[in-house]
Design a protein around this ligand. Structure first.
Ligand code: 6MZ
Length: 353
């Protein structure tokens, strides 16, 4: 019994020590229970409890209910001070989990009561990134400005303009634009112009696509841009109602997929871990990046997601190592940073592989 326990511990250590790249993490979905506790204590009048901000153990919710959870967290995070604490905590937690390169994404929000503006929101996150760098954390952090699809074309265009400004003034921290939000609300065709503008300005595009069924038409349109990475892409392939033409476009342009196993299972867009579309794309040899999505809300971390992918699909340690290393090339980091990360991976590679 003891040796089995030891073996389980060795396995955990392998995943924890595995250097990792996180490319799909929404800031407010990544808030840990420890941070939520601090926020709840500072805002007792809101009457918010831990169980309203996280989906634990075997629990599942519909995707719709997941979006209600984000609304609760947004109530708790409504000032520059909160944004600073949340961003620093999240970065520290990813670093402690062995993430060496992190792309955080977040939707700029304003709040009349606290004086938070969309610009100061982004500015505060960039400040948190800088402070973590000064503290000497072994993690390179970049930022994607997020467009919430629910807010329509005008807000999308404003957000793109702001992202362009920050791209030029943030010393390389702002590298791209994300499109996210409730996939059942709004249509990508209304946002195409804003996304094209972002792309023309040199922002990389990481777009949520086909997270729910019946988005084929929209995905076809978005793929014409084409984006630099795809979030989820759960229903792109024909076995689940997608289309051969979608798969062909993704493959032709070699667009990496950001795959979040626990998020999709808990959000019920995928029926079980073994039915996750990771397998479809991985077997094609297509670039797949394991990510957390919302580590706080879905109670996971990146080590656990790698471990789940490995145990579900029977990946060897060698295959897991290769999976984490290949994520470097899928990042939006400049080439010199990618080279440095490759060197780091070479240095950290365990002898036994
Ligand atoms: C689509 C998601 C998401 O931006 O306030 N978000 N969008 N699909 C998902 N799958 C579960 N998970 C999170 O972080 C929270 C926001 O990220 C997006 C939603 O717009 C959510 O409100 P930020 O930091």
């Amino acid at each position: 019994h003891d040796s089995r326990k030891e073996m389980a511990q060795d396995v955990q250590t392998f995943y924890r020590e595995l250097p990792k790249v996180e490319l799909h993490a929404h800031l407010n979905g990544s808030v840990s229970s420890a941070t939520v506790e601090k926020l709840v204590a500072s805002k007792p009048h809101l009457n918010i409890h831990q169980n309203m901000t996280a989906i634990r153990g075997g629990q599942r919710r519909t995707l719709d209910e997941c979006f209600q959870v984000f609304k609760v967290i947004h109530q708790l995070v409504d000032s520059e001070e909160d944004v600073m604490m949340v961003a620093k905590d999240v970065i520290q937690e990813f670093a402690a989990d062995g993430v060496k390169y992190l792309e955080l994404r977040s939707t700029p929000r304003e709040d009349g009561k606290t004086g938070l503006t969309k610009r100061s929101y982004v500015q505060t996150i960039l400040e948190a990134i800088n402070q973590c760098k000064e503290d000497g954390l072994d993690i390179d952090v970049r930022f994607l400005v997020a467009v919430d699809r629910r807010n329509g074309p005008e807000v999308a265009m404003e957000t793109v303009k702001m992202a362009e400004d920050f791209m030029l003034s943030s010393d390389g921290a702002v590298v791209g634009l994300d499109l996210s939000g409730d996939p059942t609300v709004g249509h990508g065709k209304d946002l195409l112009l804003a996304l094209q503008k972002a792309k023309n300005a040199g922002l990389k595009l990481a777009l949520h696509m086909s997270e729910v069924p019946s988005q084929n038409e929209e995905s076809e349109l978005l793929l014409s841009l084409p984006p630099d990475r795809i979030g989820h892409g759960t229903f792109l392939h024909p076995e689940v109602g997608g289309a051969d033409s979608l798969v062909e476009k993704v493959r032709k342009n070699n667009i990496p997929l950001e795959l979040c196993l626990t998020s999709n299972v808990k959000g019920q867009t995928v029926p079980s871990y073994d039915k996750h579309h990771f397998l479809y794309w991985y077997q094609l040899g297509h670039p797949c990046v394991i990510c957390t999505d919302d580590k706080g809300v879905f109670c996971t971390d990146l080590s656990q997601e790698y471990q789940l992918a490995a145990s579900t699909f029977g990946l060897s340690n060698e295959a897991v190592w290769t999976l984490s290393q290949r994520a470097i090339a899928c990042s939006f980091a400049p080439q010199d940073i990618k080279n440095q990360l490759e060197q780091k991976w070479t240095k950290l590679r365990p002898q036994i592989l």
